[in-house]
Design a protein around this ligand. Sequence first.
Ligand SMILES: [Zn+2]
Length: 391
Amino acid sequence: MAAEVPLYAGRTAAPASDDPEAVAAWLASLPTIGKRELRRGFPKSIVRTTCDLKEAMQKGLVEIIATSGTTENRLQVLWEWSWWDPQEREAMRLNPIVRGAMAASFKEAVLTTPVCGGATCHIGTLSRAERTIDGMLFLNQAADPTHWTDAELTRMLDEWNDLGPDGVEADPQYLGALCRHAMRRGVTMHSPTFATLTYEQTTRASIRAMKAALPTMGAFNLYGATEAGVLFMECDKGRLHHNARHSHVELLDAGGGLARVVVTTLGRTWMPLLRYDIGDLVRLADGCDCGLPDEGYVLSRIEGRANDAVATPRGLFTPAMLDDIVDGADSALEQWQLQGAADGFLLHVVGSDGVQSATALAAALGTTVEPRATATILPEASGKYRMVRPQ
Ligand SMILES: [Zn+2]
């Protein structure tokens, strides 16, 4: 494959054998690539010379979509449903609760950034029928939950309860906001069997809102990226298992039990990735006793974007580690965002005055953290929230 893709031309040829050790040694000898390399010369540099992109696009086999990453993280991606769907479903089925629900004819709803709901785009006022694709109901019409009016939230709750989904694919922050609205209004939500949480980092506050409104629902992280596919799926023991048939993953040691995720995609016609550094940090687990076959790495959790981790003389604090401290100090808060300041940080907090969290964070980081109560935290243009931002 490598020789056919301009971006990888000049790399050492792959070993002739499929011996896993030989393949791993070959991969380790190659340079990693990042978003910058994927952007450069897109799409030509990432298309096999034997493939005709124009023809494939005309036939509707592949399309160009923009990912929903935060602004500097945005990418264009060659996206094919015939690749995305099977590898996502296979990842979901790693979890026995999800697999059980999917075995029956099941009803599914989606609550995430409408701009990145796969091949579809749902912005503007559309009828419920127009937002239903292959039986899947796309609930929201505006990417930014801070612009969800009461009427919009109520419509979503009504549609949720009317459909009675068995499974929901959700951005955790969005589902958290809907659950909080239901709790405030005293509306009982139909409980799906499961929710797969994806698109952005899951916070403790969003899980707390889900547990309050949907106590019997299983909420599982589905970790991946539009450009790379679904890499890990959370099991019913709270660990994340590698979706091993669709990617080769390398975890590069980042110290302190953390690792960077480097992915090589398998079996993909368009936009094959070779040692792509996805830009996130994860924490390794020592296996899992849930009974899933041991096919690859097991993670204890996703730690968040490496660019959003805070480096201090006391070590590196990932978004998930910051969330432990901020949320651990104050279970009333709904959302937070840490912002760099001249001599420390500002901690913006929704749902609380933020004093306890700022004090706890200042003690942990060894710097000044000023609390700032706020009514809302704005997401990026992409609809995703950034947990840590520079000044
Ligand atoms: Zn497990």
